[in-house]
Design a protein around this ligand. Structure first.
Ligand SMILES: Nc1ncnc2c1ncn2[C@@H]1O[C@H](COP(=O)(O)OP(=O)(O)O)[C@@H](O)[C@H]1O
Ligand SMILES: [Mg+2]
Length: 296
């Protein structure tokens, strides 16, 4: 028969053994030792998992991009860190701000850390989609750090104090090389904080190649999901490139990974409905671009 140790329920089996041995020798309870073991437990022993008390439903966060949430079983799982990547000028910053606007409309707190653009420029650009970012800043639901020179430690302090629901980093490439970034202590601590506070985060990264090239950088491995934005020519006569988006990875979610065209509207970006897809043309064009890419 199993014996119960109500006071020890949050300790791992290994830690309980240590505690019992010492308490037997002392002949009394030792709260100080128990507390020390508890904190050690988190870093040394396997933590005890209460599967009965676990909420097994995945909460999803709407992206605010019409057409995208439907293909993500309702949205990005809450607390995920998603990489939004692609070549320059493909809509990454717009996509991410739209994600924050969806948040503030639901009374969620949002922070945008931009390392490359001043706040005024961003606010002015977002106004063209009817997004009154300034109002949400005044109301205390949004904060934008433009041309940020913040260190990862300072960002941790801000997140700790502000307790946001959604955060965007634009972009990670201004820091170090991707491989150094992934292993850097400061950024790992920041990622840990974001995870523990269940902050849904979008990390923008820059790609020097288009969607047809199967090539991943270290940032891609760091994310729970990857959304790739690009623009490609879909028509022989009209050479205007069509913006496309592909969800290349999303943990805990069924995805189709196909490139879907999207467009810039007066209220932000919107995915075309799947039934309207010039899909065959799109796939052919991408295949051709991949061949062209190899031969250059
Ligand atoms: N209303 C619009 N109609 C068409 N294209 C737009 C519109 N607004 C922005 N864009 C395009 O979006 C791009 C900039 O978006 P942005 O989100 O800053 O891209 P990124 O962050 O990937 O560099 C520009 O290249 C521009 O062509
Ligand atoms: Mg940008």
């Amino acid at each position: 028969m199993r014996s119960k140790y109500p006071i020890h329920t949050t300790l791992s089996a290994e830690a309980i053994k240590v505690l019992e041995r010492y308490e037997k020798e002392l002949g009394a309870k030792n709260v100080v030792l128990e507390k020390a073991l508890l904190s050690m437990d988190r870093s040394h022993f396997k933590s005890k998992l209460d599967t009965h008390g676990m909420d097994n439903t995945i909460k999803r966060v709407c992206t605010g991009v019409p057409g995208l949430d439907e293909s993500l079983e309702g949205g990005i799982p809450k607390g995920f860190a998603v990489i939004v990547t692609g070549p320059p000028g493909t809509g990454k910053t717009t996509f991410c701000m739209q994600f924050l606007m969806e948040g503030v409309r639901n009374n969620e707190k949002c922070i945008f850390f931009s390392f490359e653009e001043p706040m005024e420029q961003l606010v002015q650009y977002f106004m063209q989609f009817g997004w009154d970012v300034g109002k949400y800043i005044d109301d205390g639901y949004m904060d934008i750090f433009g041309m940020s020179m913040l260190t990862s430690e300072e960002i941790i302090e801000i997140i700790d104090a502000y307790k946001p629901d959604r955060v965007v980093f634009d972009s990670l490439n201004v820091f170090t090389a991707p491989d150094e970034f992934r292993t850097s202590g400061g950024w790992r601590a920041l990622l840990r904080l974001l995870k523990s506070k269940k902050v849904t985060t979008l990390f923008i990264t820059e790609k020097r190649h288009g969607i047809e090239t199967k090539q991943f950088d270290e940032y891609d491995f760091l994310g729970d999901g990857i959304v790739f934005l690009d623009s490609i020519q879909t028509n022989e006569i009209d050479t205007t490139p069509t913006p496309v988006m592909a969800v290349q990875k999303m943990r805990a979610t069924r995805i189709d990974r196909m490139h879907q065209p999207f467009r810039f509207t007066t209220t932000g970006i919107a995915k075309y409905r799947i039934s309207n897809l010039p899909d065959r043309v799109l796939q052919e064009r991408l295949a051709r671009r991949a061949v062209e890419h190899k031969s250059t």
